[in-house]
Structure formats: C-alpha cells, structure tokens
Design a protein around this ligand. Structure first.
Ligand SMILES: Nc1ncnc2c1ncn2[C@@H]1O[C@H](COP(=O)(O)OP(=O)(O)OP(=O)(O)O)[C@@H](O)[C@H]1O
Ligand SMILES: [Mg+2]
Length: 274
C-alpha cells in the first residue's frame, strides 16, 4: 500500500517540459513538476508546517487527508504565496524554479491555482470582470476575448449556472455551494497547471457535489496536477487518486494508494504517530 511518490512512472515524458498538444491550450506545458521539500512554515509566529515534502507532477491526483488543524490549508496558502505564511526552511519549486521567490500573482501566471476552503467576499468586484482580468493575466498576449467567452459559456453550462451569475459581486452573498461553484468557474476558465482544491466538496448538497465532480472531470487529465484536500473518504475514492497522503502536525506521515482511504475510513487517524 505504501508507495514512493518519486519513483512511480506515469508517462514517457516524465521530467521534461514540452507543449501539451492534448488540450488545445497553448499555455499548458505537459509534465510539469511541483516539488515541496522539507517545508517549514510559521503562521502568526507559530510553527504549523514542520518539514513537509511532496512532489506532484502533471496528470497526477494527490488526495490530502488529515485531522483538523494539521496544516493542510496552510500548505495551500504557502504554495499560493499568502502573506501570512512565513517560510522558515525548505523549498517549493516549479520545474526547478524557486516558486517562493515569486509574488502570488506571478505564481498564478505560472499556472498555480487555489480553490479556497473559505472563499472571501469582495464587494465592488464584479465576478465577470474578475474572471476576464484573471484570464488576461494568465494568458498575456495569448488571451483572446472570443476564447474567454467560449470558456465562460461552456463552464457556466457545466456548472449549471445562469449567465447572470457573473453579474454579481465576487462571492458577496453567495451561498456556500455557490462559492464553491464560483471557484470551479475560475478553474475551468484559467485551466491552471496545478490546482489545489481545499475542501471544495464541503458544504455541497448531493446534486451540487455531482455538478462539481462533473466539472472536475472535464479538467482532469494529463495537463493538470491536482492536490485535493477532503475529509470525506467517499469523495477521496471517487476522484480515483494516484496518491493519498495523510498530514499530521504539519508533515506527511504516510503516503499510499487509494486503499489507504479505506484504512482511514475504518480506523481514523489514531494509528498514525503524532
Ligand atoms: N492566521 C492565523 N492565525 C493564527 N493561527 C493560524 C492562522 N492560520 C492558521 N493557523 C493555525 O494553524 C494551524 C493549522 O491550520 P490549517 O487551517 O492549516 O489546518 P487544516 O489542516 O486546514 O484544518 P481543517 O481540516 O480544519 O481545515 C491551526 O492550529 C490554525 O489555528
Ligand atoms: Mg483547512
């Protein structure tokens, strides 16, 4: 059951970066590598991550589980460059480039995407123009209004959202489920290289969960590396992960395949060293 994330061979082009050609997205290099090594992070002066190591390659799905307050969202924040996370040791690299030296918006331009556990409400920012500006920032001179409109129309359909949804202010007054769907809308339009889903399943009713899962299934594939945090074994099983990691006290204490989810479902986290 325990597997080594560094040796599993999933593609003939491992380690290389070359144009994808599979998704029609010119900004999507195939087989990228996001590498987190011995990461130590303080938040408000308190150590939260304590030597976390994880390697994610394009096309892989990694599920992260672990008790509340283990540091999963802090990892998401550290990867995306949240100013509250202070890196005291270790590294995060994207294809060998030091991600920690980049600002949050530069990381997003490189294709790092975070679907927040608790998306913030931003009054005065219209969702539609927010989406267009982030799309333009991601694709630069390759951005095309017609391509944006196509992605928007397709994504609204997949997420079963009305067109007037994008006229609302970003997350303001959105229900919990609408906030999660708005996060997925950004994902479908931006087509990132790596996506961190921080409990995107939480608070969704059965039908919304299916809609979000369908949306996820439209973007999964060789171009996208996924880190998915969930507390629900059933969700973890359904995404058919390549790897399952458990984080306790700020580090990965066990890595396995999806059979590890069954063990957690049966036994909880008590058997893991704290
Ligand atoms: N801004 C902050 N100020 C103080 N403590 C913080 C802050 N952000 C995170 N922490 C602390 O860091 C620890 C890890 O929090 P984090 O949100 O990363 O946990 P988590 O694994 O995502 O938990 P959950 O499963 O409940 O979402 C917690 O003890 C939390 O209180
Ligand atoms: Mg969290």
């Amino acid at each position: 059951m325990m597997i080594d994330t560094n040796t599993k061979d999933k593609a003939d082009v491992q380690g290389q970066v070359r144009p994808c050609g599979k998704c029609g997205n010119s900004a999507c290099p195939h087989r990228q590598t996001l590498e987190i090594k011995d990461l130590h992070v303080n938040v408000e002066g308190k150590p939260v991550l304590n030597g976390l190591t994880l390697t994610i390659r394009s096309g892989e799905i990694h599920v992260l589980m672990g008790p509340n307050a283990a540091g999963k969202s802090t990892l998401a924040n550290a990867i995306s460059g949240h100013p509250e996370t202070v890196i005291t040791q270790g590294s995060i690299t994207l294809n060998g480039e030091d991600l920690l030296a980049l600002s949050p918006d530069e990381r997003a331009r490189r294709g790092i995407f975070l679907a927040f556990q608790n998306p913030v409400e931003v009054d005065g920012v219209n969702l539609g123009s927010f989406l267009f500006h982030t799309y333009k920032a991601r694709y630069g001179k390759d951005a095309s209004p017609s391509e944006f409109n196509k992605r928007l129309t397709d994504s609204l359909r997949v997420l079963q959202l009305d067109r007037n949804f994008i006229d609302r202010q970003l997350n303001v007054g959105f229900s919990g489920g609408e906030k999660k769907r708005a996060e997925m809308l950004q994902l479908l339009i931006l087509k990132p290289a790596f996506a961190f889903f921080d409990e995107t399943d939480s608070g969704l009713d059965i039908d919304s969960l299916k809609i979000v899962r369908d949306a996820f299934n439209t973007v999964r594939g060789p171009c996208l590396g996924v880190i998915m945090v969930t507390h629900y074994p059933k969700v973890a099983q359904k995404v058919d992960p390549d790897y399952v990691h458990v984080i306790v006290d700020g580090k990965v204490v066990v890595t396995g395949d999806k059979t590890l989810v069954d063990k957690i479902d049966d036994e909880g986290y008590g058997w893991l060293a704290r």
